[in-house]
Design a protein around this ligand. Structure first.
Ligand code: BGC
Length: 652
């Protein structure tokens, strides 16, 4: 079959699954429309759980009853050791083995919130960029692309979305989540999960809970750079060990609402418990969090799995509410679980309950009633997904300052100096949210194309600031590309563009260019807030976030006024690092003796700046004269010109 036909067929299948899924979800998993055996499940005479007219609960009970004790135990732990390395495109991030005797297929898992981490994929704008759109419909579109590609790479579960709140902008995974406001994060999470699950895959909301930092690696953090798996290991406040002390009110008002929305509104199929301890016990053995809040209070009916290596104590996890350990199935390995049973301190009913949850979720998502998803990239409609990536990015680009420099005009700007490596390279974050793009066209290429044959576009990578300044001096406009690097595994050491250091002195470069050319525009490709000390010396500042594989095209359209910069800030940009909510007190961050206390309480993000009357750096482009400004309002300083105005009136 040609790849076009494969992609068409795949889309038709998605639509059918999506409709079925919508019915299941709308019915709250209690019942499924009547039909008999379907898909790969088998004959109802031999396998009564294959009867699709029965509820997922009933079917799970029937299958559970058919499993031996050893088989039930074998389902508690995953068995893929190498997939997490993301080296082989045929390797899923994780696999839970099935039970062939009863026709239970294995379940495949992949990262993550930005796209599948299994060979190349569509690199969408990162979740923080998505949050800047403030648009749940785009969150749904983002989720649908990721969920669809996860399925087309043969996966049943996708490890996303990441919904942890940005407590400190130093947090290494800031780019991977939706920012600092629980309401905005909740809306994005619900949209994303609905989109992903409409594709027939099970979403996995993570990391539950209060996993708000990676840890401080001291001076070593400055050496983190793209290409390293997880960055240098933290020495204080390490996510793997740290105990987050969070009072109950703050937990419920700031750190849990987005998980609750994922469960109650989006009916997410699975939840991932996090590495850290929360008020004492590790999150994955925290009965208050898992049993009392998640399962009892919120009525979560899916299954709970552990982050990779986050399960420690077999007994405490079994009794605490953890259902599945995907990697590497040691704490929940057969030996450990058997020993726990033999001790008499865990009951058979508890084991059964974990297995029942998994099976019920699989039935609810029609896992048995459809063919196995096949790993074949030809099923992916790459062109359509690239269009989604661009559409989301155009809505995400946020105008932080504009003193008349933008939009560019092909009549006025005849010569353009483009400065900085970010104009020619694919910029994104590291760790499990890292996606290798199917394709990439750079901002420089897009600017050259849009400026047209009449314009002169010069480029300098900025490694020699004097040389770059010379190029900029005679140009009608200088556009400097700067950026930062966030990665899972380690927090940034400071918020300046020099943390980490691998990109050299970007602040110095911007100052140089601004001195050489009065019409300097800075484009930030960042995974979170940065300090922008040069802001008053440049004419315009555009936040593009980590923009995905179509970032260049989106940016060129925005710079030239073909599209409005649609974004609003999902995070506050502080004026000074000392102003951030966790600054200046090691007990708050990164913690002392692997214990941190959320002393700022509910005053997270803009609430902190409000409460302490601290003026952040970023206001909307309309430069409201009344600080403090929190989450930015509309970028209303943008004046529609040319094509953008034309298109807007055509829409009316
Ligand atoms: C991350 C998870 C991820 C998992 C598998 C862990 O280190 O915290 O978010 O899903 O690895 O890659």
């Amino acid at each position: 079959m040609s790849s076009h036909r494969v992609a068409l067929w795949s889309r038709a299948r998605r639509l059918a699954l999506g409709l079925a899924g919508a019915v299941v979800l709308a019915m709250g998993w209690t019942g499924v429309p009547a039909a008999r055996a379907a898909g790969r499940c088998g004959e109802t005479a031999r396998r009564p759980w294959c009867d699709t007219s029965l509820s997922p609960e009933k079917r799970a009970g029937l299958l559970l009853g058919a499993l031996t004790e050893d088989e039930r135990i074998s389902l508690l732990g995953g068995d893929d050791l190498t997939g997490v390395l993301g080296i082989d495109p045929n390797d899923h991030t994780g696999v839970g083995a099935g039970v062939p005797r009863v026709g239970l297929p294995s379940v495949n898992y992949t990262d993550g919130p930005v796209g599948p981490r299994q060979g190349p994929a569509t690199a969408l704008p990162v979740p923080l960029a998505l949050a800047a759109t403030w648009d749940p419909a785009l969150a749904r579109a983002h989720g649908a692309v990721v969920g669809g590609e996860a399925a087309d790479k043969g996966n049943d579960v996708v490890f996303g979305p990441t919904v942890n709140i940005m407590r400190t902008p130093l947090g290494g995974r800031t780019y991977e989540a939706y920012g600092e406001d629980p309401w905005l994060v909740s809306r994005m999470a619900v949209g994303w999960i609905r989109g992903a699950q409409s594709q027939g895959v099970i979403a996995n909301v993570k990391h539950f809970a209060a996993n708000n930092q990676e840890g401080d690696a001291g001076a070593a953090a400055d050496r983190s750079a793209p290409g390293q798996p997880l960055g240098p290991p933290p020495v204080e406040g390490n996510r793997l060990l740290v105990n987050a002390n969070v009072d109950e009110r703050t937990l419920h008002e700031v750190y849990l609402p987005q998980f609750e929305a994922a469960v109650r509104e989006a009916h997410v199929g699975s939840v991932m418990c996090s590495y850290n301890r929360l008020n004492g016990p590790y999150a994955c053995e925290n009965a208050h969090l898992l049993r009392d809040i998640l399962k009892r209070e919120w009525g979560f009916s899916g299954y709970l799995l552990a982050d990779y290596g986050a399960a420690h104590d077999t007994l405490a996890s079994l009794n605490g509410g953890l259902d599945f350990e995907p990697f590497p199935g040691v704490t929940y390995g057969p030996l450990a679980v058997r020993a726990a049973l033999a001790s008499g301190r865990v009951s058979r009913a508890t084991i059964d309950e974990h297995v029942r949850r998994m099976l019920r979720t699989l039935f609810a998502f029609r896992f048995f009633d459809r063919a196995a998803f096949v790993n074949d990239d030809r099923q992916i409609d790459q062109a359509a997904h690239a269009r989604s990536a661009q559409r989301i990015e155009e809505s995400a680009i946020t105008l932080l300052k504009n003193r008349g420099a933008l939009p560019l005009s092909t009549r006025r700007e005849r010569s353009i100096a483009v400065i900085g490596k970010g104009a020619t390279t694919f910029v994104t974050g590291g760790g499990s949210g890292n996606v290798k793009p199917f394709s990439f066209s750079s901002p420089l290429q897009a600017i050259v194309r849009r400026a047209g044959p009449g314009a002169r576009v010069g480029y300098d990578d900025g490694t020699d600031p004097e040389r770059a300044a010379r190029l900029s001096r005679g140009a009608d406009v200088a556009i400097v590309f700067a950026g930062d690097y966030f990665t899972e595994g380690v927090d940034r050491r400071c918020l300046s563009l020099e943390c980490p250091t691998f990109q050299g002195d970007q602040d110095g470069l911007i100052e140089k260019i601004a001195a050489a050319n009065r019409n300097t525009v800075v484009v930030l490709q960042s995974g979170g807030p940065d300090l922008t000390p040069w802001r008053h010396r440049v004419r315009a500042l555009v936040e593009a976030w980590y923009p995905g594989q179509r970032g260049g095209a989106a940016l060129a359209r925005v710079l030239f006024g073909d599209a409005d910069p649609g974004g609003r800030l999902p995070v506050t940009f502080p004026g000074r690092e000392a102003d951030t909510p966790t600054a200046g007190d090691p007990q708050k961050y990164p913690g002392v003796g692997e214990s941190e206390t959320y002393k700022e309480g509910v005053f997270v993000g803009y609430r902190w700046y409000d409460a302490h009357r601290l003026a952040p750096a970023s206001r909307s482009a309309s430069a409201s004269p009344t600080p403090p400004f929190a989450i930015a309002g509309s970028a209303s300083g943008w004046r529609r010109t040319g094509a953008a105005r034309h298109r807007a009136s055509a829409r009316r």
